[in-house]
Write a protein that binds this ligand. Sequence first.
Ligand SMILES: [Zn+2]
Length: 130
Amino acid sequence: MKLWNQDSYLKSVCTCSCPKCHQGSMFQKMDLKKPSSFFEMKPRCENCQQSFEPEPGYYFGAMFISYALNTALFISVWLGLEILYPEYSLSLLLTLIVIAAILLLPFFFRVSRSAWIAIFIPYQAAKKST
Ligand SMILES: [Zn+2]
């Protein structure tokens, strides 16, 4: 079983591509000069026209995925500090966690939304013409 082929749920989520066709991108391109672009979604897939906002408040549940990702991040930072610098202070730990959470915020936002929509919209492989 290949984890990173065209049909892969994991690849679709990590690359934030359309859950239905795995071709179109769900989000606008990131522009460092315009930080709000990190969070802008396209209304629908340019390849298969799948709506990325099926109903208002659709991504409420993505918050739970984001929560799980952030918990994993916090534990990773804590364990990393515990191993690399065992004499750390609580303020150092909290500072590193806040910096890591802020830096990874756009990534976690996109991946959690991508994972959430991929739960409910199944992949439909394009029909191959022979
Ligand atoms: Zn699509």
